[in-house]
Design a protein around this ligand. Structure first.
Ligand code: KG4
Ligand code: ZN
Length: 347
């Protein structure tokens, strides 16, 4: 079975994974998160420099953990977009260098396809059709998936403004919680009452597009509430009530998308899929609706290298042609298929 080396550097995680035939053989992850914390968000130049330092050691670590050497690698997959331009470029350049020196094909893949593909490592092959809810720091989309390696991805709805993860990060900042905000809100919410404050459920009124999202108004509602409040902020209650509003909105729309398209499998993926309440409510609602929920283990929900190796593995096994080594990074790539469009090698 071909062994695929995957490289992910689209944001602040330098991830490397090694996958063969749907099995994760080894992976390694470095993060520059601490270097960005005092800026309240990721600084692209700092992230890119950190990737440059971390990429070679992470490849070595992942190979060691898999008990493999460079000679065992049959293909390389690297995130070619979307993401921070300078950050993506480091990983893509590294991927090209490994592919060229090892004499193996390169696959420039879409970061969000990686979020979906990673579930194969935890739960086996994807069904012929599924609905995927991808919720990350930069994206929130409800998608119709067929064969992820071959079929185009159909967007049922995306966010009109902020992504769900972005809302977590911004609300955490309002509450004086550290970056990244998602895990901090998740932790604070454990001690709070999710019914304490009735925050709005955006885009859920009759007449609203059923599969479209919007989180900027919810973030503003939290800001207005905190401005009007006198005395110490009830951080745990605000965190729990905000988290409940996000979890309710996401899972309601995802279940509706499955029902509306007669699909019985929901794939919940991306960094926000690591959220304990989003996972629990999705499980409860899918169970009630007779939908099979697939959610990767939390460590595979946030950015990592295994997810990119998982896409590469699907592409290689499906016989999809590799990318040209002239492929450029596409920081704004829209998810239309697993590979970055225009990247296919001719002939
Ligand atoms: O997928 P990801 O690792 O990176 C992107 O592709 O953006 O997602 C990162 C996002 C951040 O906004 C982070 O706050 C959020 O995922 N996140 C969470 C949790 N863990 C990470 N949000 C809510 N609860 C969590 N436990
Ligand atoms: Zn991501």
């Amino acid at each position: 079975m071909p062994v695929v080396l995957g490289i992910e550097t689209s944001c602040d995680e330098t991830g490397v994974g090694i996958v063969a035939d749907g099995v994760l053989l080894g992976d390694a992850l470095a993060t520059s998160m601490d270097e960005h914390a005092r800026f309240g968000g990721v600084v692209p130049e700092i992230a890119a420099r950190a990737h440059l330092h971390a990429i070679t050691p992470m490849v070595r670590h992942a190979l060691d953990r898999a008990g493999l050497g460079f000679a065992d690698i049959d293909a390389v997959a690297a995130t070619a977009g979307p993401g921070l331009a300078t950050a993506v470029q480091v990983g893509l350049a590294a991927g090209k260098a490994y592919a060229l020196t090892l004499g193996v094909p390169l696959y420039g893949v879409h970061h969000l396809a990686g979020h979906a593909a990673v579930d194969v490592l935890d739960h086996g092959p994807l069904p012929a059709r599924s609905v995927a809810l991808i919720v990350s720091g930069g994206h929130t989309s409800l998608l119709l998936l067929g064969d992820l390696a071959r079929d185009p991805v159909v967007h049922l709805g995306d966010t009109a403004d902020d992504a769900a993860g972005e809302a977590f990060d911004k609300v955490a900042r309002l509450l004086g919680l550290p970056y990244p905000g998602g895990p901090a809100i998740d932790a604070a919410a454990r001690h709070g009452d999710p019914t304490a404050i009735a925050f709005p459920r955006p885009m859920t009124a009759p007449g609203d597009l059923p599969y479209r999202f919007s989180f900027s108004g919810l973030k503003t509602a939290v800001a207005r509430w905190t401005e009007r409040h006198h005395g110490p902020l009830p951080v745990a209650d605000i965190a729990a009530s905000f988290q409940e509003a996000v979890a309710d909105t996401l899972t309601r729309k995802a279940v509706a998308a499955c029902r509306g398209h007669d699909i019985d499998t929901l794939l919940l993926v991306g960094g926000v899929a690591a959220n304990s309440r989003v996972r629990a409510l999705a499980q409860q609602r899918c169970h009630a609706a007779g939908i099979t929920l697939r959610v990767p283990a939390p460590r595979l929900c946030t950015d990592n290298g295994a997810m990119i190796a998982a896409v590469g593995d699907l592409l290689v096994r499906a016989g999809v042609g590799p990318s040209a080594l002239t492929l450029g990074a596409d920081p704004n790539a829209v998810l239309t298929r697993a590979t970055i469009p225009g990247a296919a090698l001719q002939g």
